[in-house]
Ligand binder design. Sequence first.
Ligand code: BES
Ligand code: ZN
Ligand code: ZN
Length: 499
Amino acid sequence: MTIHLKFGAKDYSSKELVILAAFSKKEQKEAKEELIIPHWKKGYPEAFHKIISSKNFVGKAGEHFIFHLDDGQTVLALGLGEKKKYNAEVLRRKIASIYKILKSNSTDVSVDVDSFILGTHLDKTIYTITEALIMASYNYIKHKSSPTSPVLQNIYLDSKEKKKSSYEQAFENALITANSVNFGRDLVNDPPNLLNSETMAKEVEKDAKKLKHVKIKILNKAEIKKENMNLFLSVNAGSNYEPRLVHLTYTPPKSNAKTKHICLVGKGLTFDTGGYSLKQAMANMKYDMAGAATVYSAFKAAVECNSPNKITCILGMTDNAIGPTATMPDSIFKGRNGKTVEILNTDAEGRLVLADCLDYACDINPDVIIDAATLTGAVLVALGDEICGLMGNNDKLVAKLEESAKKMDEYIWRLPIIPEFHEDIKSPIADLKNIGGSRNAGSAKAAAFLENFIKNDIAWAHLDIAGVADSQSYLDYCPKKGASGLMIRTLAHYLTTNV
Ligand code: BES
Ligand code: ZN
Ligand code: ZN
């Protein structure tokens, strides 16, 4: 599918089908809903009203109505609901849902973008429609022997307005960001027999080589040993594969001493069996590298969108496997920062990998560190599958991330890290233990653990994406099953703004 942006056109680019916006109006609570037709092209409202059944279409969100013009063109009126409730998320969801219907029965489709305008912002409208189409078109089919390809070939975003560079920029940025979301989804959906720490590092390297102003360094097992990352290595102890630490640095061409430096850190567990603390339900634990996929995809988007910030990306990759050399519960290991950890549960492995990666990140001395990880099942208990857990040591950074999430219509909610949680993860025989005394507040206690590996008062935030990274069946622009790619857009927004 190719999306084309067209300005100043008198006619729609597709002679086959055009999508027009329709809204509903309800004067009072008890009143019946009425249809509002925004600026449809001359002749279209008349053709619509001529059809007797059109009176039943009132433009409610989720409804659509199809009618035909004399010249053979089909028109699809897409219901968006009440105008006062209309926003980017309504548009994103409705465009995605109609795409899924049209992809198998139309070849060329025009979207009258002017009819969908969000307030007075044509750039935001173009951005939202474009990202919705790209995200909705995602399909993980590479292992199907006879995949069905969509019929839909061309989508024209037609506007009467004159071309402006800000519109084109919005279009380009939406394409970049949504394609990065799809890249991240592919990584997460790849199965663990194909995607392990070694192949994942290669896959990321291959992609990162295409990015401008990016330096790549990949640490192998010996180099990770040299860094004294024994907590990271303890997770890798039972693995058939070497661990990998992927270290990417983007330096914007116009950087100077004032340029902000953001460091991303991602949990890249290509499979989590739980280790000797074996998981009872381990199906789908291939998605335990979603933290690494998320931060890399956000990095990729930010670099391609020419972010003004310097960005480092640290990905800690291994699987958590079982075998004669796997770490036994009760083991004590010393982390890169010198703190000792009693590993009471080998299934609480993500925090061990992150601990050493966070300490490594602190030594780079960025202004900000943000990690993302499918860290705890407890975040699903606290916030459901729909909301990302946010924790951190810096109110300003937390507020900025909340703002980015709001701008991108992704749900995020802060959980507090209190001194008592720090007490709970102290070990009687080592500095720390890797689980708290109870299951309660599991996500924030995991974050308290991570905080022990942040030094020099660096502003740090942690995203627990265990809930949101997987199947989001309520979102039309996400696949019903499999990687969602959520939080990539939020992070990409944060990375490309002035922080
Ligand atoms: N990768 C899991 C987190 C997870 C669990 C995500 C279930 C989605 C569903 C993580 O490594 C883990 O196993 N965490 C444990 C921690 C516990 C042992 C303190 C958990 O959440 O059960
Ligand atoms: Zn685990
Ligand atoms: Zn895990």
